[in-house]
Design a binder for this molecule. Sequence first.
Ligand code: MN
Length: 355
Amino acid sequence: MKRVFLTAALVLLLFTGCATSKGNVYNVSLYKAVAPEDGVTYVVGHRNPDTDTVSTAIAYATLRSKLGFNTVAVIPGKLNKESQFVLDYFKVETPEILEDATGKNIILVDHADFQQAVPGMDKANIVEILDHHQPAGLSFENNLVYRSAPIGATATMLYNEFKVNHVSVDRKTAGLLAAAIMSDTNNLKKERTTEADRVYLAELCKKAGIQKPKKFFKMMKAEGRSLDGLTDEEILLTNYKEYEFSGHIVGIASVDNPDDDDTLWEFAERMDKALAAYASKTDAEHIFMKLDADGDEGQEDFTVFLYSGNGAEEVAKASFPAAQTVNGHIVCTPKLNRTNDVVPALKNTYEGMAK
Ligand SMILES: [Mn+2]
């Protein structure tokens, strides 16, 4: 009987990874190894922040604070409407904006790419990265903790951090993380959604008191999609990221057609102009926008692929050879996903140009 108990205890210990009252020894050791001698460490996500990036910055600062580390969440710029809705809904205060990362101790969440980071990040002391994207040619002088996983949301990795550290997730944090998983996976419908995203989302919804996840997701999306009061440039920047492909700096925006399809082509014209105007304000050589629209009854949803910059049209056409031309615009059916379709296709085209 005694032996059975001992074996059970040992197995439990192995699975929990040496839990202590202060959390998991292994993880806490990692945090300690990178903790700056003094001062605060800031957690920050990518520019033009989305719900995953904001929620994970807040959640990670909460977790590390509970483990005794001086960690503060900041945001890289103004929140989009969806994220603002989520923070308001769970009564979470909006973090301060970090304008310049120079000389600061930093944890990056939801990106591993200077092109998408707060200015000055190349002169910051980056101690940790937690991300679910492909790393983009970063190199560091110092050693750091770098965790990356090919899953639906950084929020899924974050919830896992709470679990392995044996820190319970409060209602607000659970709400932020649940919303983030829904947002990044389009409520578990995106291709890169994993079993972990599914299982964790269900657990988080329970903890957050979200009884009807589908209804919550719809409400969140409706708030996010509302373009009321936004300028065309703000619409463009609602979901905009910059990348570097073979030495070319490239911006990719993603927007949903806000109204019914009658106004789609008018909206596309407006966005065309917004792209051209924004092109003069950024370092990006080419800017693209995937404008997603609903198909007619029984038809597939599609993407209108807009572009701006010298040579951008050729890149767009070479990247999507199967696209059709409708009303003078490049149209891809079924609709494109930025991570799975647009980024690899453009990357490939620029690589080909470099040869
Ligand atoms: Mn994300």
